[in-house]
Design a binder for this molecule. Structure first.
Ligand code: SAH
Length: 248
């Protein structure tokens, strides 16, 4: 019997936001691998082996998943949100690059609802015009590159969805981010702090830059920095779809 590997996104937290496609492959799987809290979202059953592992072991996990599929397993690697957004899909392809014998395996990437889309929907429509996404973690790249990209995005006046803003092991990066924002943006620039969106611990707050503090973010928070046109309407936040006038 030939095995397969699906790299699947479980969405931002709510079971209602797991796609039917992902549900179906989980029902057929013999093995599920992933970071401990994501594997904990998969119900145990007979015939299914769960392989939870630590956060920093992504390449080892990808290698183990490909090896299980090559041996005939029906394997699912789970990520939160979408597996291609700062998650496991890239790790699998990185391992595959060094293993030509694994490149012909039946491998599929199944999309999920990424955190920024769930957070934006809760807030209103802050990503309704041009925007970009930054991963603020300096685990896999130097802070200088993060700052360069942040300044470029601010220079282009795009809304920015910031993943991994702050963690216990990286308490200072987001403080630097706020300093760069204070240097370059007006004090009433809107920021949305969306924590644990679609889970029972969901907490959303929208503040002007002047009131933003680093401790409003943690590793379960997605921060949306509005563009210069992002504004409030009632209890919502949105970015108009049109920009009138010349580019400065
Ligand atoms: N693949 C995931 C992102 C993994 S990086 C996705 O597509 O969503 C982990 C970061 O995602 C967290 O630090 C946080 O910034 C964001 N995140 C994930 N789930 C979230 C949620 N439910 N609410 C807010 N932010 C979330």
């Amino acid at each position: 019997m030939s095995g397969w590997l699906c790299i699947a996104g479980l969405g931002p937290g709510s079971e209602a936001l797991v796609t039917p496609e992902v549900r179906d492959v989980l029902a057929e799987a013999t093995d599920v691998l992933g970071y401990i809290p994501y594997v904990a979202r998969v119900a145990p059953r007979s015939g299914l082996t769960l392989h939870p592992s630590d956060n920093r072991q992504e390449l080892d996990r990808a290698r183990a998943a490909l090896a299980l599929a090559a041996a005939g397993g029906r394997v699912v690697v789970v990520s939160s949100g979408d597996p291609g957004v700062f998650a496991m899909a890239c790790a699998v392809f990185e391992v595959m690059e060094g293993r030509p014998d694994w490149q012909a395996l039946d491998v599929r990437v199944l999309p999920g609802i990424t955190a920024m889309l769930a957070a934006a929907a809760r807030a209103g429509a802050p990503l309704g015009h041009d925007f970009c996404t930054l991963n603020l973690s300096d685990n896999l790249k130097p802070w200088a590159l993060i700052e360069k990209r942040l300044r470029a995005a601010l220079g282009a006046d795009m809304a920015i969805a910031c993943y991994n803003p702050r963690s216990a092991s990286r308490p200072h990066g987001f403080e630097h981010t706020l300093q760069v924002l204070r240097e370059t943006c007006e004090p009433d620039r809107l920021l949305v702090f969306a924590r644990a969106v679609t889970t029972p611990n969901e907490h959303l707050v929208c503040v002007p830059l002047a009131e933003a503090r680093a401790d409003m973010a943690d590793m379960r928070t997605l921060v949306i920095v509005g563009s210069s046109t992002t504004r409030r309407v009632g209890r919502f936040v949105y970015t108009p779809r049109s920009v009138v006038g010349e580019c400065a």
